[in-house]
Design a protein around this ligand. Structure first.
Ligand code: ZN
Ligand code: ZN
Length: 365
């Protein structure tokens, strides 16, 4: 781990000097883990040109020392005004970066007040997604872990969906999926399991309920394992029994939209243009209004991260980025269909990491 962390720190330092920052203060959990290897749930990093310090409380100092050998560990307690001054006094005057999209107002105020007292010529400067954009590019070891998370997710999905009977509740299916993810090696799952049947499937983020699954209706299942800290993310829409023509038509449209995106996405495309590949197919079928979310999102230590694939995204998709491709159609009162695969941009093209079986309109009808 340490060689990887070391190169991440070096990369960060180059970015800091380009942005004329003396140091960066990191509090966001995934960023903290990415930059240090420390998996504990509390702590702060201060990375300067020369130093890397991990400040955490007594519950975690031992774990921090073991997981983050590149860092000097500082045991802290209480408000940051009691320990931060000692760390910043040695810094040159200038700019201290902070994660403006994560730091809550109360923490920002503590930081600002503490600096004003201890180091008035060091100004707080927002870094606007600096660490997130580093995390968007995956190292080979990270891609291996995401691929394993995707594979574990596929296995759990297929194992459970092969034995779902009509009359089972959404909650029961969700629990079976969660158990199966763990049995196949998942750590804490990437996000709460979604099982949405019939009209519930019209809600993209429906939480599993006591509703009993009926034959012939759409069932949207969205799950993700977590392996070595990295997330999987998979959606399939299934149907018990014989689907009606409406299901076939909606499903066929979503599948076509997804393949248009998979075939059309190439290195250098913007998140906006990637989204448009799928959206055009759905609009052409007359369901433009029913595709209310973005085409996809980056996946890594967080289940949702950069890059973003959506109508308003200027992110550029590049080699080694990992992202989901997940068009959907949601029709109030009827239900919905979403199909989601994870892909890594590999030699200029998306290579799918998800391989769970998709319901095939021709075969099953
Ligand atoms: Zn998902
Ligand atoms: Zn997703």
């Amino acid at each position: 781990m340490t060689a990887k962390v070391n190169s991440r720190i070096n990369h960060l330092r180059r970015e800091l000097s380009q942005r004329e920052l003396n140091a960066i203060f990191v509090s966001q959990p995934e960023n903290r883990r990415y930059l240090s290897g420390f998996t504990g749930s509390a702590g702060f990093l201060l990375v300067t040109e020369q130093e890397a310090i991990l400040a955490t409380d007594s519950r975690y100092t031992e774990q921090a020392a073991a997981q983050a050998p590149d860092y000097k560990i500082l045991q802290i307690s209480g408000n940051l005004s009691t320990w931060l001054p000692e760390l910043v006094t040695s810094l040159n005057n200038g700019r201290l970066g902070f994660e403006d999209s994560h730091v809550v107002f109360a923490l920002h105020r503590q930081l600002a007040d503490t600096l004003k007292e201890a180091k008035p010529n060091l100004s707080l400067t927002p870094v606007e997604g600096l660490l997130e954009s580093l995390r968007a590019f995956k190292e080979p070891e990270e891609i291996v872990l995401i691929a394993r998370a995707a594979e574990t997710t596929d296995t759990a999905f297929e194992e459970v969906t092969n034995r779902i009977q009509s009359g089972t509740t959404e909650k029961e299916v969700a629990w079976e999926l969660e158990k199966s993810l763990h049995e196949h090696g998942s750590g804490a799952i990437a996000f709460q399991v979604i099982v949405a049947s019939g009209p519930n499937a019209a809600l993209p983020h429906h939480m599993p309920s006591e509703r009993r699954i009926q034959p012939g209706e759409p069932v949207v299942i969205d799950i993700g394992a977590r392996v070595g800290g990295y997330c999987g993310d998979l959606t399939r829409t299934i149907c018990l029994g014989t689907p009606d023509d409406k299901f076939k038509q909606v499903y066929g449209t979503v599948l076509k939209a997804q393949s248009a995106a998979i075939t059309g996405i190439k290195e250098g495309i913007s998140g906006h243009d990637a989204d448009a590949l799928a959206r055009a197919v759905i609009e052409e079928a007359g369901y433009g209004q029913a595709f209310g979310h973005s085409l996809g999102h980056g996946v890594g230590l967080a289940a949702h991260e950069e890059p973003r694939l959506g109508p308003n995204s200027d992110d550029i998709l590049k080699n080694t980025m990992v992202f989901s491709i997940e068009p959907g159609i949601y029709l109030s009162g009827w239900g919905g269909v979403r199909i989601e695969d994870l892909a890594v941009m590999d030699n200029g093209r998306p290579r799918l990491l998800s391989n769970a079986k998709k319901w095939e309109p021709e075969v099953s009808s």
